[in-house]
Design a protein around this ligand. Sequence first.
Ligand code: PEP
Length: 255
Amino acid sequence: MSRPTVVIGNWKMNMKIKETIDFITELSPMLSKTQGKVCLSVPSTLLKVASEAARGSEIEIGAQDVSQYESGAYTGEISTTMIQDSGGEFSLIGHSERRMYYHEDDEMIKEKVTRAILGGLVPVLCVGETQEQKESGQTEKVLLDQLEKALGFLNENEASAVIIAYEPVWAIGTGHAATPEIAQEVHGVIRGFVRKKWGEKNAFRTPILYGGSVSPDTIKELIKMPDIDGALVGGASLKVEAFAKIVNISRETKS
Ligand code: PEP
């Protein structure tokens, strides 16, 4: 038995209300009937309209970031409860753009994961090394460090709620995805981390997604790899045909 695929589109700071409704309305009938999860990570202004448009379909809606605080004087932030109130079921946490441009550190990311889990929101933890770290042979060390700091404190039950996305920073938005072999090697390390911390059951069921220049052309070879369970898709998730192809190729290749 294999794990169902999970494909998440990360819209970043793109899309408006009408485009969102049109996209979701078009996407739904394009999806193949094969088992698998399909999700859209949308700007917070679109959470409600996206969840309404997705109602009755298999598409799940989530956020791109979540506050580490429950409520209060945190101008500009949105909480777990607010995301859920708008129909969101998950949130990306620790995306490299948040780490780089908004200086999110490991402590903050840990607090965000904690808050999401306490509130019943699925955390999609993003980890990945920079080009420089890759070139100096630090990939494994950097990833294990990011994973330990963000998730190491969770118990087995809490950890079973987490989705992990491996997003090498050098592959994001560059048009150069990691080779399937490189991605598989890293995914194997990540699954090994989960196994060592929380046992075989969690290692088996934790979805580990690859992200970084995934396209309809690159997904097939990536998804064939045993430890790649799906994809986190940026640029190609803004075009409904391309995104549907990525979802369908993932599902059909893994089934
Ligand atoms: C991302 O930013 O999560 C991402 C994977 O982007 P892209 O697919 O455009 O590389």
